[in-house]
Design a protein around this ligand. Structure first.
Ligand SMILES: Nc1ncnc2c1ncn2[C@@H]1O[C@H](COP(=O)(O)OP(=O)(O)OP(=O)(O)O)[C@@H](O)[C@H]1O
Ligand SMILES: [Mg+2]
Length: 265
């Protein structure tokens, strides 16, 4: 397993004085006000926060589905307006195409890249096996459980092959056993792929287990520098780390921090 040293790594995604509000009829909801943030290459960062905090909005901006009102979003230090093709994005609501089977949904990013049909099929089937989806190739999305749909959507985001992946609560509909397994699987893949991952969750333990750094959002508008906590737990991580004293202490600290942030609003 490769050792990751991020101390000298470069910026992969940067928000520089970014402001953004939603506008509907005459109303404005300011979500970000002048925020600054840098995610480094090959980092695993989680965004933790309650419902309505602005987590998915952050992804909509990062992926280019929305553009900032002011400020700059940079990919590898280059301002980039067309970010959608350069970022693997798994949205919170799975966007599976209902008229395509599971296999055909999985093939979509590879078709877009023009990959040979046979090779693409083999690649998707290989991933489906890893994701516990074999046997569902010919099913349509409406025939799957919520957790299965999430996994298909996750698989599709990964198959896009981009170096930066945004995963919006990818495991929220999974039972706790499957969820633990998927977390461990994701970490193994991350070590193998060498990608940058930004992962949204409501779950403090999931945030600690997975990431190098946890960014905390509480309530919009989010202003200035984003509060963050480093996770000084060694890698590779496994099930046993969850019951380490350092892990438990960090969990308590994070919960306390989130509570005090909410109280100070
Ligand atoms: N399309 C929209 N139009 C107007 N307001 C919106 C829109 N989408 C989100 N908002 C508002 O922006 C704020 C942030 O929403 P966002 O979806 O980013 O939250 P979130 O942290 O992802 O929440 P959850 O954990 O529930 O997914 C909320 O106040 C929400 O009501
Ligand atoms: Mg959301």
């Amino acid at each position: 397993m490769k050792k990751k040293d991020k101390s000298h790594s470069h910026s992969h995604l940067a928000f520089d004085h970014v402001s953004f509000s939603y506008k509907h009829s005459d109303k404005f909801t300011s979500v970000f006000d002048n925020i600054n943030l840098t995610i480094h290459e090959k980092e695993f960062v989680t965004i933790l926060g309650p419902s309505g905090a602005g987590k998915s909005t952050f992804f909509r901006l990062a992926s280019g589905l929305e553009q900032p009102e002011s400020g700059h979003i940079r990919l590898r230090d280059k301002e980039e307006r067309h970010r959608l093709g350069k970022i693997g994005y798994m949205p919170q609501q799975d966007l599976l195409l209902p008229w395509r089977t599971v296999l055909e949904n999985g093939l979509l990013p590879l078709e877009i890249k023009g990959m040979n049909k046979k090779e693409a099929r083999e690649k998707v089937l290989h991933h489906m096996k890893k994701f516990g989806l074999l046997g569902t190739e010919d099913h349509y999305p409406h025939q799957l459980s919520g957790g299965m749909r999430q996994r298909v959507s996750f698989l599709r985001a990964i198959l896009g092959g981009n170096e930066i992946l945004l995963l919006d609560e990818p495991f929220s509909a999974l039972d706790s056993m499957t969820r633990y397994m998927m977390q461990e699987w994701l970490l193994e893949q991350w070590h193998e792929w060498d990608k940058t991952i930004i992962f949204i969750t409501h779950d403090v333990e999931e945030a600690i287990f997975l990431s190098d750094r946890v960014l905390m959002l509480t309530h919009p508008p989010i202003k200035g520098e984003i509060d963050e906590v480093n996770v000084p737990i060694s890698r590779p991580r496994n099930e046993e780390h969850r019951s380490d004293a350092a892990f438990m202490k960090l969990k308590q600290d994070l919960l306390k921090k989130m509570r005090s942030k909410e109280r100070s609003l």
